[in-house]
Design a protein around this ligand. Structure first.
Ligand code: ZN
Ligand code: ZN
Length: 365
């Protein structure tokens, strides 16, 4: 293979303007330590939609696609390349490659928090622009040219490609559980938001010992899927007011409120609503506001009176992805990938994702 196709985003434009252009490019020869990966599947993420609305900056022209699963095609040089657990990469391995933290900045070394690395670079918009070597730096292309020193993970055989792609959403919620110090067995957890992060949060909470998980969101098809995956109850935002949703949560918790609330909706109003749903000494984890969706009034009295802990959680460290793999190998998460698109259909995929016609869309180049 000497050339490959790539979906380039020349400038920031909304999905309905069909901003991606498919181009054919020469694949640059590998240098020592670089890896050529055949892209097998790339997730279309809410972040990609935010990017097309200018809410998350990327390096233009960009090649997006940061939730990637691929097969190792070629390795540059003779030296063995290890993944983040120390496994040696072999040709034919199924792999993903995670955002790279520098492990030298204050946040990496003193705060011990890779997710807040000030020099973090992620494939799918942030490594180099698509018109600079090595060009193939995102999943929305037939191949990826992965730079020397990248953080690979060899994917175990029990984890599907869909699982790898959903691992991006799951790792955020593994990070959330890490911040919380885990759940107490039998906790009631409210999850706000029925997108991939909310769904993975719901599945993870159950797996981590929650007694009841109440998922709030829509549309109805997603909620049905959530019940199939074990949600104790689902509350449809199209059918209930905020006051009704709060009353329903109180009803299901004997008037006490939820032990833990995961905000995965990305809607500012979900935060004060979640505070009303939390019990005395309960916790609210804010995980859905990766893009800046604006402000909302909050009554501090509620936080004070109920002694609520509020914590934000941003992306994740490598360890959160790795730990999430253990769940992805046991749960049939493939069903959460509801739509598949070819590389040529990239604009359609982003339009569908923006309209929330899909739970999770993937590109199969
Ligand atoms: Zn993502
Ligand atoms: Zn750093």
């Amino acid at each position: 293979m000497t050339t490959a196709r790539i979906a380039v985003l020349p400038e920031i434009r909304a999905p309905r303007e069909r901003p991606f252009q498919i181009q054919t490019r020469e694949i640059p020869p590998l240098v020592e330590g670089a890896v050529l990966v055949k892209n097998l599947m790339a997730g279309v993420c809410g972040t990609d939609v935010h990017i097309l609305h200018g809410k998350v900056p990327v390096r233009l022209p960009a090649v997006l696609g940061h939730e990637n699963a691929g097969r190792v095609e070629a390795i540059g040089g003779d030296a063995p390349i290890k993944d983040i657990t120390g496994k040696t990469l072999q040709i034919g391995d199924t792999v993903t490659w995670l955002p790279k933290s520098c492990m030298r900045c204050y946040n990496c070394t003193i705060l011990n928090d890779q997710s807040k690395c000030t020099n973090r670079v992620g494939y799918g918009g942030w490594v180099v622009p698509a018109d600079q070597h090595p060009y193939f730096v995102g999943g929305f292309a037939e191949v990826s040219w992965v730079l020397p020193g990248s953080d690979f993970v060899v994917i175990p055989p029990e984890v599907s490609l869909e699982g790898v792609v959903l691992g991006d959403a799951l790792r955020i919620m593994v990070h959330a559980l890490d911040c919380l110090g885990g759940l107490e067995y039998g906790d009631t957890v409210v999850v706000q938001g029925a997108g991939p992060v909310g769904m993975m949060g719901m599945i993870l909470a159950k797996d981590a010992g929650a007694g009841k998980v109440i998922l709030i969101g829509g549309p109805a098809g997603r909620l049905a899927l959530a019940r199939e995956f074990g949600a104790y109850a689902t509350l449809d935002i199209a059918e209930m007011t905020a006051a009704e949703r709060i009353a329903a949560v109180m009803d299901m918790t004997d008037g006490r409120g939820a032990d833990v609330v995961f905000e995965c909706a990305g809607v500012p109003a979900a935060v004060p609503e979640g505070l009303e749903m939390a019990r005395i000494n309960g916790s609210c984890l804010i995980a859905g506001h990766y893009g800046d969706a604006g402000t909302v009034p909050i009554n501090p009295h509620v936080i004070n009176k109920k002694q609520i802990s509020i914590k934000g959680v941003w992306s994740a460290s490598n360890k959160h992805f790795l730990r999430g793999l253990t769940l992805l190998g046991r749960i049939p998460v493939e069903k959460l990938v509801t739509h598949r698109f070819t590389l040529d259909q990239i604009n359609d995929a982003l339009i569908a994702a923006e309209r929330q016609e899909v739970l999770k869309a993937v590109i199969v180049p």
